[in-house]
Design a binder for this molecule. Structure first.
Ligand code: PMP
Length: 451
């Protein structure tokens, strides 16, 4: 370790508090300090290279130091770094909104910017709530429906619709109540069914909630196609479409949280596209700027937007806005990101990689402690279990998932666990040789650590 790295680590431990991190454990560890990136690699302060197997937490789409995004930001910087959207327009925010509407599911015509995934969801919740307040004189639609295992962010509204206990339990007294429907985690069926392809049981529970309580439900939030933080829980084909059909039937606004699934991750531009679903709100962040700038967007329909129009003193405006809303540097990066999708035919070229990934992942099935291997597009989760027959999990204190990921670093790969699910989600720009390397290293590390 170079003296410079040593110094940085000691300053990090002295001054920083890391997110979702037990800092006692961090203080006892020897963390990596990343200094640079190139393509699908991260480079640390000692010059060691690591494949970025988690797209720097879902965000890196076309690799690091992508020429077109680098220069789009520099070009924008030569004009202006920031100007507010409160009372003023700005060129890149307008151009990006037009482009987003063009690629989003048809009918989502209005774009509201913020700067992270939690706020993108929070905004959708507030808009949905206010929509009913302003359109329904006897409004009782003041609650939300969401799914088991959901994760929608760390603000109070997004935590209220989320359900991962270790994240939200401590704050429960401050959260609002949410109707909870089962997400089809078929490996550990939430409604006690056995059949892997049974998708109707969860839907029946969902429909019963809507049937009984739709007059109280403003909106329903879902992570379409798979729940990320819950451990890459992929829902069976048709589930999302059925959720859309039922929310329409019972007049409940559908909020698609595509913070993680958006921008090609599932194989199509948005997860909703793969089932031909048009939600009432589409929440975007993470990959929106190709992994360059913190920017988010909540898209909605003309119908929702119209409910907020009126004279000033009717106070129907959406009284919400962050300081950096629609930041020009972020918008310039996002425009360049979308342009790369178009120019490089990214989604078409992704098909071969997705097929290869699926084949490569099959080898995990033979491992004694790989309970289930879940795969959607360019994301996979390998759930490790103590006993494959009974599906008994490992005791959390053993930190199996964490240990596998730490082992992978020795072989030049950065991956992260979600509990004991080891997650692989490389940038869409990953080369086939790199993808093979990522899967092989992960496989070897799982095998070694679970021996
Ligand atoms: N929704 C989903 C589905 C997410 O995966 C995340 C972040 N992992 C969020 C919302 C929150 O995004 P952020 O961390 O940018 O606030």
């Amino acid at each position: 370790m170079t003296p410079k790295t040593k110094k940085l680590i000691s300053l990090d431990k002295k001054y920083l508090w890391h997110p979702f991190t037990q800092m006692k454990e961090w203080e006892e560890s020897t963390p990596l300090v990343i200094e640079r990136g190139k393509g699908n690699y991260l480079i640390d302060t000692d010059g060691r290279r690591y494949l970025d197997g988690v797209s720097s937490l879902w965000v890196t789409v076309h690799g690091h130091r992508k020429k077109e995004i680098d220069s789009a930001i520099k070009k924008q910087l030569n004009k202006i770094a920031h100007t507010t959207l409160l009372g003023l327009g700005s060129t890149p925010s307008i151009e990006l909104a037009e482009r987003l509407v063009a690629v989003a599911p048809r009918g989502l015509d209005k774009v509201f910017y913020s700067d992270n995934g939690s706020t993108a969801v929070e905004i959708a919740l507030k808009m949905a709530f206010q929509y009913w307040e302003q359109t329904n004189k006897k409004n009782r639609k003041r609650k939300f429906a969401a799914f088991t295992g959901a994760y929608h962010g760390d603000t109070f509204g997004s935590m209220s619709v989320g359900e991962i206990d270790i994240f939200v339990k401590k704050y429960r007294p401050l959260l609002f109540d949410t109707f909870r429907a089962p997400y089809p985690y078929c490996y550990r069926c939430p409604v006690g069914k056995e059949k892997k392809d049974c998708k109707t049981a969860c839907l029946e529970v969902f429909e019963n909630i809507l049937k009984d309580r739709h007059e109280e439900i403003a909106g329903c939030v879902i992570e379409p196609l798979f729940e990320g933080a819950a451990g890459m829980i992929a829902s069976p084909p048709g589930f999302l479409k059925a959720v859309r059909r039922l929310t329409r039937k019972y007049d409940v606004l559908l909020i698609a949280d595509e913070v993680a699934t958006g921008f090609g991750r599932t194989g199509s531009m948005f997860a909703c596209d793969s089932e031909g679903v048009v939600p009432d709100f589409l929440c975007l962040a993470k990959g929106l700027t190709g992994g360059y700038m913190p920017l988010a967007a909540t898209l909605t329909t003309e119908k929702v937007y119209r409910a907020f129009l009126g004279s000033y003193d009717e106070y129907k405006s959406f009284f919400h806005g962050h300081t950096y809303t629609g930041n020009p540097l972020g918008c310039a990066a996002a425009i360049a990101n979308l342009e790369i999708f178009r120019k490089e035919n990214v989604l078409e070229r992704l098909k071969g990689k997705v097929a290869l990934f699926k084949t490569l992942l099959e080898k995990f099935e033979s491992l004694d402690h790989a309970g289930e291997v879940r795969h959607t597009g360019l994301v996979a989760g390998v759930e490790l279990v103590a006993d494959k027959n009974t599906k008994e999990p490992y005791p959390p204190a053993q930190r199996l998932g964490h240990r596998v990921c730490m082992e992978a670093r020795k072989y030049g790969l950065i991956i992260r666990p979600l509990g004991d699910t080891v997650v692989i989600m490389p940038p869409l720009s990953i080369k086939e040789t790199e993808l093979k390397k990522i899967v092989n290293i992960t496989y070897d590390c799982v095998k070694r650590i679970t021996l």
